[in-house]
Design a protein around this ligand. Structure first.
Ligand code: SAH
Length: 501
């Protein structure tokens, strides 16, 4: 029974940091006793570029049956010999989930004293479970993991490779990939969803299971479209517990909805307080500068790339000059919050037809991004590792090719003016870099040259004579001579893709 967690890294952020995050040293192989057998943690790979941790569980089938005596599913006594001859030792299942929480309990809570900033950041993750019992098959596996921001590969494992006509077993080979989740989030997804897929809990379900479920589900379960199935299966279909859990989840949802309303009012108050000479928050100044630049460019159909929780989309919707607004983000969680902020479900048809939110990664070309007037990348580029930036550059300027592109990013020179910011620190834990004005100019100018755009720079926020403004914005406009080649590029892309398909 085993599972591997793999991450990739760069010289500045070595992949071996995974060892710190898991609280398990990559150079040691370690064993832990659990009530059902021995759990081993080992690292098949560990260097700066790639690091893989494996959790292997050796199940003691006899101990399992002894412990479970008289406590089978639904409380039925377990007398059958079948109990001894089962598939438990070979399959990943709820036992693996129990082992995960025992061996990686701090990691699951997001605690990491050695690398606190890393624990709070999303990282590239690949999780593989070679044999996962999955009642409901690959289809259900996707319905459970995809809404959480995972790219899912779930292949049915044949019952017997020698006899394909026997059909598939109830196992799938599962591979999950994401760049938008923290390790703690990933572990909490597995902790809940592995037993849900197994659908055969090995221990008696009591009401503290509801607490465990809500704790592990914090931040994702209240918004999950399959929340009911997850809750009911996790609690072994005990309806009284399921109802309790569903009621508590509803309370969480309501509390969160209230919070976002409060935040909206705060923003409105802040925006209006300009007249009283209270400083306008930088986020509002940035939004205003972006909207002014979009209007100056005459754009009507706009992409907000890395839209986060949808504040800009919301502001653009208020202006009828923008006929179509598309928010794209790699984080499903951000998109869920954006949807709630925009009240998409309660929007009239007319409004609703102007706005779209979808999940996508800017590190890949995407045909859905073609044909728009303008694209905004507001405080997004600094969230990508530098080596990924050329991929984003190609996806936006080479493939999507809107006429206008706005890019904002922090000006690192200004950081000395921030009283609350310790010297040498970036502004946000997930910033992979922050640039000086010169560095940003050099990058933007080269991008413009490579793709047939002109570029101008605009300060956002107070432009300090020494260190410049807190935010820097580049406005790219496609050269008129390149407009046709742009279309040509798009056509070529389509031909290439059609061929590949
Ligand atoms: N544009 C918003 C949010 C900025 S935070 C604003 O100005 O307030 C950066 C956002 O970029 C996050 O929501 C993050 O999920 C998203 N992001 C990071 N890497 C991404 C990628 N490769 N593809 C798409 N979105 C990404």
């Amino acid at each position: 029974m085993f599972l591997t967690i793999t991450t990739t890294g760069t010289p500045e952020r070595p992949a071996t940091d995974l060892g710190y995050l898991l609280h398990k040293h990559p150079e040691k192989s370690q064993a832990f006793s659990t009530s059902y057998g021995k759990a081993h943690v080992l690292y098949p790979e560990a260097d700066a570029e790639r690091c893989a941790a494996a959790l292997l569980l050796e199940v003691d089938a006899v101990a399992l049956v002894r412990r479970g005596k008289g406590k089978g599913r639904g409380g039925a006594p377990d007398a059958a010999l079948a109990q001894y001859v089962n598939d438990r030792p070979y399959a990943a299942s709820s036992l693996l989930a129990v082992a995960l929480s025992a061996v990686f309990s701090s990691a699951m809570r997001g605690v990491c004293n050695a690398r606190p900033e890393r624990a709070a950041q999303p990282l590239p993750l690949r999780i593989e479970v070679p044999a996962l019992p999955a009642r409901g098959g690959p289809e259900l596996v996707r319905r459970l993991f995809e809404p959480l921001g995972w790219a899912v590969t779930a292949e049915p494992v044949p019952l017997d490779v020698r006899f394909p006509e026997w059909g598939d077993s109830r196992y799938v080979r599962l591979v999950l990939e994401s760049e938008a989740l923290t390790l703690a989030e990933a572990l909490r997804h597995l902790y809940v969803l592995l037993p849900v897929l197994d659908d055969a809990k090995h221990y008696w379900v009591s009401s503290d299971e509801v607490d465990k479920l809500l704790r592990a589900g914090e931040g994702w379960l209240p918004d999950h479209p399959e929340q009911k199935l997850i809750t009911s299966r996790y609690l072994s279909r005990r309806w009284s517990l399921t109802r309790e859990a569903m009621e508590r989840l509803e309370l969480v949802r309501l509390a969160e909805a209230d919070d976002s309303e409060v935040e909206d009012i705060d923003n409105a108050v802040e925006a209006e307080s300009e007249v009283e000479e209270k400083p306008t928050p930088l986020a509002v100044q940035r939004r205003d500068a972006i909207i002014a630049a979009l209007k100056a460019s005459g754009a009507a159909r706009v992409l907000d790339l890395g839209c986060g929780q949808g504040q800009l989309v919301q502001a653009l919707l208020k202006d009828p000059a923008f006929t179509e607004i598309v928010g794209v983000d790699v984080s499903m969680r951000a998109l869920t919050i954006a949807g709630r902020r925009l009240k998409l479900d309660r929007m009239g048809e007319r409004q609703a037809s102007r706005v779209k939110l979808f999940q996508g990664s800017l590190a890949y070309t995407d045909n859905r991004l073609k044909g728009y007037d303008a694209a905004v990348l507001s405080e997004v580029i600094e969230h990508l590792d530098l080596p990924r930036l050329p991929a984003l550059e190609y996806a936006v300027f080479g493939s999507a090719r809107p006429r206008t592109v706005l890019v904002t990013t922090p000006n690192v020179e200004y950081n000395v003016r921030w009283e609350s910011l310790p010297a040498g620190h970036v502004r946000h834990g997930d910033h992979r870099f922050e640039w000086t004005r010169d560095e940003f100019r050099a990058w933007a100018t080269a991008v413009a040259e490579r793709h047939g755009y002109g570029v101008q720079f605009v300060p956002v926020g107070p432009d300090d004579p020494e260190v410049g403004p807190p935010t820097q914005m580049a406005i790219f406009e496609m050269n008129t001579a390149d407009m046709n080649t742009g279309t040509q590029n798009n056509l070529n892309d389509e031909k290439k893709e059609a061929k590949a398909a």
